[in-house]
Design a protein. Sequence first.
Length: 377
Amino acid sequence: MTTKNLKISRLFFLGLTLTASVMATAGCMGKNGFLGQDKKSGKAEAISATSPLASSAATVAHNKQILIGACGAGANSSVRVQRSDASEGINIGEAFVGFQGGVNVGSVDYNADGIPDILVGAAPSAQPHIRVFDGRDGVGEMASYFGFDQPYKGGVNVAGCVLDGKPAIVAGAATEPHVMVFKIIDGKPEEHLSFYAFKNTDGSPVSGIGARVTCGDFNGDGKNDIIVGSGPGKNLNGTVKVFDSANGDLIAEFTPTTDPWYNGLFLAAGNIDGVVGDEIVIGVGAGGTPAVKVIKFHAGSPNPDTINSFLAFDEAFKGGVSVGTTDFDNDGKDDIIVSAGAGGMSAVKIFPSIANAIEKSYTGFENYNGATCVSGI
Ligand SMILES: [Ca+2]
Ligand SMILES: [Ca+2]
Ligand SMILES: [Ca+2]
Ligand SMILES: [Ca+2]
């Protein structure tokens, strides 16, 4: 559908215990049919064909984890958690059973119990379905939404956030520059912001370009900001914009590279250098050299600095680099998670803080060569 027709929407709250009939009524149909979960239980399947780990019954919090999703078109929607201590992590299985369009992942402590929960967004070719799974065990669905009006079938990018002390979800339309922010109030989403991240000079939204999203305090004022990077679909040369989470005002805008990142970029935020304020971590989209950059804000300067830059994978790899952050080694500085796009055999790596040495290396999904995406959790 076109931008012109993409209505500013309310989030459709589907309830805490989604049933198959509700899913069907809600029209949750993709190109391959029903996208929902196990029709009998109403829960996600525990094990998927591409996931090597069995479902975990663990109920304790494990910090410093990596959330991994199968992201590529043609992939199923497997999602699992990799723990730093190599113990068995949560395995959601297919977040949207039968869906072959891939997903993207994020996390937020949705129910404010101190345990980060799992956000999964359906990739392009699907309705913009967001599911939230309990981070304690992964099998309890906490919520299920459509991030944008259901006629829109471009998919949705998701990120967790905390705004005014409340959990929040940032949703970016995957094929349009529409961004919506929802605060979670008493377990239900309330629309907080709705705006277009990329506009033409006449104020109309740029057509055919998606919004990749993350959340962090880029300008170090103690309040999280909404950070949007251009997705694939049009040459914006990898533009990043930072918006005030209170009102959607633009705080900063930059283009992190002079390279032609025509296929968009991936982004995450975290306190990489340990100094007040979150840095933005950028990973090149599919088609480009697999570069990662760490961007730092300086008060009073319109131009942020690149404080680190490295190749996440062999230079010849052009599948794209999904990025995330988590303080994996518990030194007070967030570390950088990367995962390979299509053709990278689901490689996942950790780069500690701003050093370029690989600390850990994993396989996201065994025997899977499609795109893999990551988030800290
Ligand atoms: Ca929680
Ligand atoms: Ca801020
Ligand atoms: Ca910092
Ligand atoms: Ca660290």
